[in-house]
Design a protein around this ligand. Sequence first.
Ligand SMILES: C[S@@+](CC[C@H](N)C(=O)[O-])C[C@H]1O[C@@H](n2cnc3c(N)ncnc32)[C@H](O)[C@@H]1O
Ligand SMILES: [Zn+2]
Length: 287
Amino acid sequence: MSEALSAAQEFLRCPHCAVSIKIDAGVAKCDAGHSFDVARQGYVNFLTNQTFIKNADSAAMVKARQKMHARPFFQNLALQLAQVCESLCRDISVPVIVEPGGGTGFYAHAATQVASSSAAVSFDISVHAAKVCARQSNRIAAVVADVWQPWPIGENSADIVLSVFSPRNFAETKRVLKSGGTLIVVAPEHHHLVELRNRFNALNIQHDKSETISALLGNFTKIEQFVHQSTELLDGQAMCETLLSGPNGHHLKPNDMEAILESKPLDVTHSVSISIWKLNIDERQSE
Ligand SMILES: C[S@@+](CC[C@H](N)C(=O)[O-])C[C@H]1O[C@@H](n2cnc3c(N)ncnc32)[C@H](O)[C@@H]1O
Ligand SMILES: [Zn+2]
């Protein structure tokens, strides 16, 4: 079993009945007898028969995103997020980072490299993403789960929830965060990838204004917000990987991809906002 899954046993909960689980001999079992196989690649699949699988990344999308992550904008973003995590966790002996919709665990991985004593859990509905996540790091427990459902993790277990371009279930975020814990949200600005979207008539990104996020986060106080932005010259291959990595990846046809691969390089704006929110201590204690 992966070290990370072993370490996460104390927080993970059964997706059927929310009681604790134990992982032994490649099987995760709850006290009520529900059991889930741990794949030989090191992830555990907590999807239930009731899960309606939608928007799970395909193997091709996961591969494209891995390549995209190697580019300077994403490397710098990961480093910045890791540094934020490190400064938030300095006084915590074993900080726990939870990444819903964590994909390959790229950002949690960066955080565990910098915040060296930390443990991380990534939830993603894509088995392809979980496989890569488990392979990439023995510090991240890779769990296949639907983050629109109750997360299979106990309340008060996370020091940080890291939400990067992922579905945002703030009710669950609040439940699993410890009192005074931190939510980090990375969301695209309205002009993120605009040149690329215009050239290929691609889907618009969902740009949530800070006020929208703020309205949904009534129990949190924003402590910081900044924009990470740069322009990168992308060739056909990089443009294709970028489009495949996002919502367009679910719709691109082989013909579309051929046309993108053959097109001329383009300067593309990359721009995301990073906002950092503390769960109000009073809110948690008053429950
Ligand atoms: C745009 S990707 C971002 C992945 C990762 N945070 C990153 O930036 O590299 C969105 C991720 O959310 C996952 N996802 C979509 N719907 C989900 C759901 N209901 N539950 C869990 N994961 C989901 C997808 O499989 C995908 O890995
Ligand atoms: Zn159970």
